[in-house]
Design a protein around this ligand. Sequence first.
Ligand code: FAD
Length: 630
Amino acid sequence: MTGDRVNGLVDGASGEWYVKFDMFHLAVDQGLPVTRVISRFTLQRLLAEACERIGGMDVLVNEATVVSFEDAPAGSGPGATVWAATADGRRFEGDLLIGADGIWSKVRTSLFGPAPATYSDYTCYTGIADFTPPDIDLVGYRVFLGHGKYFVSSDVGDGKMQWYGFHKEPAGGEDTPGGRKARLLDIFGEWTDQVTDLVRATPEADVLRRDIWDRPPIMAWAEGRVALLGDSAHAMQPNLGQGGCMAIEDGYQLANDLTDAVAAARAGKVEQSGLAGLGAALAGLFGGSGVADDAPPSSSSSSPHTTPPTTFAFDAEAVLKRYQASRIPRAAAIHGLARMAAVMASTYKAYLGEGLGPLEALTRLRIPHPGRLGGYVAINAAMPSMLAWVLGGNKGALRAEDRPLACRAFDKPAGFDEADFPALLADDAALLHRSRATWFLTPVNVAGANADSAALDAAGPGTPAVLAAAARIALPDGAVEVGPAAGGEAAVAAGFGGDIVLGSGGDVIITGPGVAPRHLAVRPAPNGGGGWVAADLGSGLPAWVDGRRVPAGGSLPLRPGDRIELGALAIDAKGAPVAPAWCVKAVHEGVVAVRAGGDGWGAPRRAEVEAAKRKRGTAPPSASREPVAA
Ligand SMILES: Cc1cc2nc3c(=O)[nH]c(=O)nc-3n(C[C@H](O)[C@H](O)[C@H](O)COP(=O)(O)OP(=O)(O)OC[C@H]3O[C@@H](n4cnc5c(N)ncnc54)[C@H](O)[C@@H]3O)c2cc1C
């Protein structure tokens, strides 16, 4: 589930929030369940089981590629049938044929002729990482905005995060074998570690790549007794996560229209041959391949969408016309919004200099891009109503008997009180400091230091919500030593309530040009809100937080992902710091504890969340939740 938390757009480079969304109230205020994420395979299994329950065990036929079809002449009226032929020579007959055969649909080509798909200009890398972000209980998904690239991360449950990395480039590109993660780190390497951690935590073999195509909307989906459904009718870009959702809405609408037509035909007692293929049509809605003409649908189900085999016929052509009329406007509008979202996500510029080639180094001055403010105002004004419509714009089609009351009983934020939503949406710092995270300082740009794993194991359990020096890193070149040089564990512990001093004579020992013995202190923020600051200790030598100079005698707030540098700020040709630096990391408390215990991350995290929900009364005592991974 992602709709029970804060979601939104962030700056890809810094990880700072740009716009946050309250998807929770958008859903519950409309009487709808909040957004859930379900694995494609789980969804297919559920749909297949439903088809078999409704239509009988023989209703689904795999490995039957439809190569052609033959419809009865136009105007044949109720009772006429359509025939589909498969590559292996079989023929299937039904009352209608639904081409749910994807973006490269053969049925669509046969109905309306060949037409090219549109390349989005983006290729998409995707993977699922065994990774628990520190704010998993507060944030569901993030879209990281950039110039010519964007990245999406979403909780998919079971301690896993699904991510998508989009990069603008021509279609048909290929990676060197085993080189996908390296390429991604080349593209996104300078972005926030909320992005790079996910890429690093995904096995190379699990990183997939596909070019993103869509098709321009068409104003007819049906011809005679044949119609399109899902991507065959309206393939769209994945930026709103709506392609599959629209296919489900299509199927729901068509099932309702068929139910109504059958009920009307029965009431009118029009005696015809027909309806032998209705089960096939329902199965075909979801990408199935039909039913053999000698396998009549079962009559065992009492679902509102099914009708026992009967001799009453209905007007399939009229049903399909009604179906397309109710679905085309919404699908076309969402198709347009999905394209717009890509433009917005990939033309965002946080600072002056972005996308300016040789002037790119200007971005280090952090002068806000004027378009950023305009975009912020526009998005904040338009987004809530737009999202409300995407989410609930089809609710008028819902039938009372299909409304699952049980969903709403579960729809409460799991990680915080519902009353806290406004504060978490309005205050980035509050959201950050409510994370159940242990904070670390880890070395970067230092030979032999591994900021991703070893450093994070170092402090171990029992260090909640503190910034702890990563204490046991031994570096081969001697350029940087890490405390506790003096006093063992006690030196680290001494930092908990007060200063952790960075410098050539500090708790965290850093030697190098322009580094004072007591150079910079990392200490709790004075406002007591759970934050941390980097404070200058008056050495007269410079210190930097993420490229911003710490004011003499003053301080700067710290956030996860910030880089702390002492002395000269040396940068390489790409503008990246090359001096020894320290990075602020936040790791979910549960993960720290689990890693110290040597177990996997996912299972204890799930148990922990379930226990928290039970305590809050948001899950039944024995709730067994479906593990999901999109
Ligand atoms: C990167 C990415 C992320 C996405 N994320 C989301 C998301 O978060 N949420 C969401 O709702 N959607 C998402 N989508 C979109 C979603 O995947 C599609 O919209 C959805 O799969 C469309 O379903 P479909 O059944 O119409 O087509 P498909 O899933 O393409 O299925 C078509 C089926 O027809 C079969 N077939 C093809 N030709 C024939 C033939 N001649 N005879 C018989 N069978 C045939 C195929 O084998 C296939 O099984 C995403 C898409 C991409 C690319």
